[in-house]
Design a protein around this ligand. Sequence first.
Ligand code: C2O
Ligand code: CU
Ligand code: CU
Length: 423
Amino acid sequence: KQQGSDFDYEVVAQEGTTQFFDGTQTKTYGYNGNLLGPTVRLKEGETVKVKVRNELNEPTTFHWHGLEIPGSEDGGPQDEIQPGKSKIVTLKADQLAATLWYHPHPHELTSKQVFKGLGGMLYVDGTDQDFANLPKNYGVDDIPLIFQDRIFDEDQQLNYEELMNSDGTIGDVSLVNGTLHPKLTVTQPVMRFRILNGSNARNYTFRLSNGASFTQIASDGGLLNEPVETDELTLSPSERSEILIDFSKLDSDEPVAITDKKGNVLLPFDLDFESKAMKNSTVSWAADEPFLTKEEKDLPVSKEIELFGMMDKVTINGQKFDPNRIDFKQEKDVSEVWEIYNKPDHMGGMIHPFHIHGTQFKIISRDGKGPAPNEQGLKDSVLIEPGERVKLLVTFPEKGIYMYHCHILEHEDNGMMGQVEVY
Ligand code: C2O
Ligand code: CU
Ligand code: CU
């Protein structure tokens, strides 16, 4: 925090180099450093001023993904900052405690800039959300995990222009918090992990190597209605989830790791905590109200969105992004039902993760079925399978122009994006 200036924090997008492989450096981008960025933390209800500065050699923007702030502060593609320039934005955390993130959003450059390393965690920290005794000691028992796949060229360089795929760049290695071959020493029996899929295009299904279950406690926008016991977690690009793992309940003679669906190790753990004695780690809470009221479930659809295509042929409602076109209008604080349809093509189609700026929405249904327990929480991005129709209850608490788009970053850059004006 900066004293005596007209802002509280400064976030600088800059160039740097990173050593992923022994003895080789590659050019990367980072916020206030060489790769990724510091975790920005706001308290529920708090307002901070952030000076954002672009020290790259190309335009960028600073987008606060998941924060319900006015369109003017949101850092969409309409808000480019030229090289060497800066501005001050006001971030007000007027929403539930949640694990959000920030990343660049310049039109046609987002995928490259994220691939090269721009991105960071953005927490809204709770004040009254501590009822479940959740671990909250940052870096000790409450740890951010940014999963990103990457592909390097034969010189071990992150050469986006050469390696990119216009249908979404998929890597052959995974990084955790920017680290290749990561490992985490667990010092507490019960750990809270805030997981972000920060990949350009890859979907991750996470499991524990020994098949044990864990507890999902939060979705993109805050705690779930009730914690959910599960043995796998799927996140499409930009989705977050918080989980608790009780390591004292696992058979610790066997090494434990977070793996992907195929069993590939993504993050191995080293267990190093004092007592293996059972602590009472059970968290439980239950909301006193149903996740959706009858009125919410019965609201008619008022906005229809059709996602279609692949590669550079991707469209929303048959059109590509046009910065000079407002696609929809919606009144502030008025809930509407958006129905998103992922229209298959002759090849079957592909998953599109659909994201809306400036709102935390609720999933009303998938193909007519109510949301699964682990989707009964606020969301800002949603995985949509080919052929699927998903209804969302969308409310914007602030005004401005907001983007909605596919969060496969190459699809977004290829124009799979539209604008809603909130008045
Ligand atoms: Cu994660 Cu339009 O953003
Ligand atoms: Cu966003
Ligand atoms: Cu897409």
